[in-house]
Design a protein. Sequence first.
Length: 492
Amino acid sequence: MKKKKNRNLGKHIKGPLFRRYFLFTAMVVMLALIMLGGTMIVFTASQWWNERTDALLENAHSIVNAIRAKDPDRFLRDGPEMDDFIDNLKIVSNATNSDFFLTDNDGRVIACKEAGRVEKLDDCVYHAGLQITENYMLRAMRSGFRDYINDEVFGSGKFVIAVPVVINDTPIGVLFGVEDAITGLLPYVLSILKTFFYAMLISLLLCIVIIYFFTRGIAEPLYEMEEVTKHFAKGEFQHRANENYKRGYLSEFAVALNQMADELAVEEEAQRSFIANVSHELKTPMTSIGGFIDGILDGTIPKEEETQYLRIVSKEIRRLSRIVVSMLNLSKIEAGEVDLAPVKYDIGAQLFETLLPFERTINDKDIQVEGFEEMGVVNVTADRDLIQQVIFNLLDNAVKFTPEHGTILVTANATEHGVRVTIRNSGAGVASEEIARIFERFYKVDKSRSFDVKGVGLGLYIVKTIINMHDGTIRASSKEGEYTEFSFELPN
């Protein structure tokens, strides 16, 4: 048994549902991790940019603050003060791996870490001939700036900061700081990517293991339910889905599936019973009709008895007609081919008129009919022909199941919302466990009404269907050994 379960599990894992769900979930997790990595790199690069430019600005301000109290003319021509300034440029540039240089107010470089003073700038491979454009100078002189720049002035992929140099309220130029963004950022990002890659790899492997077991936990019950539904499709309703799953929604689904199987089994049994009943009901009168007619034709039945047997044949033909009409009516109603044609009429008069064809049976069984004496005019708006069928079926049941010397009570009263009709007959009644199913299609109360050999379990189902078509309600109640009562209400 265990080997078989393992084989089924392997089959389920290789199934399309498991593969699709597993791959989809794994791809979602991987995509989420990649998006997380990309977002982290963007924010990390932005943070690195802010930190680097903050550091460049801080160093630039420290250089400028060192000469803020100097004499501007002396600073520009005096050797020691300028030499000290250039030494600071060299120290800060080397410490930050960047390039600091000083321009005059026109954007010409006058000092740098490589060549020193202005007279030596022609020997500097970095700043010889460098001219800062007017646009940059205006931005720098106004309040300074920091930016990521790609152009011919500073080059491609550069972080640039600019701080105006003011000595004793006299602007003498701008201090620029330039750093290669790629050279500085790339190792930083690569180190983060390396760390993130290992973390992502471990997380992804862990997620794949979790997804595998989670997907298997979902797919396996679904495959089991699929097997059960295949049995249902074959009409094998004895199979049931396992309802003891850890996940509540799967258990609820299994419970619903089993409930459906129970209902299908009941429906299947009812249909089989219906077919058996119809076959019997059609076969019995047809056999009788054929036998009596053959007896008349071949002379087996004497001439003086032919009329008696022809009456029996007529009765059996009417019985066949009722069965066929019931089946046709059921077929039309379920196919939606019956349209309501409501009219206003007196349902009390209809009750009396429908009872007249049962007069002979009522007299033969000495049944007392009550309720018509107190019944007045009770108007209702409904499809007269369909309600006629409802009343006929209910009265037919009442007359059929009322014992000799019994009583039938018929009432019709106007209510606040419409009309209520009640038909009660004395007799054996219906068991409480069967009264709830009495309106089901094909259902026939065999135990308590075993003397009913003419029904096939369609009459009351058709009655309820017609009442529902009118947006009405119908109820049945019974007390064994005393009475059975049917009551329906039709809206105004």
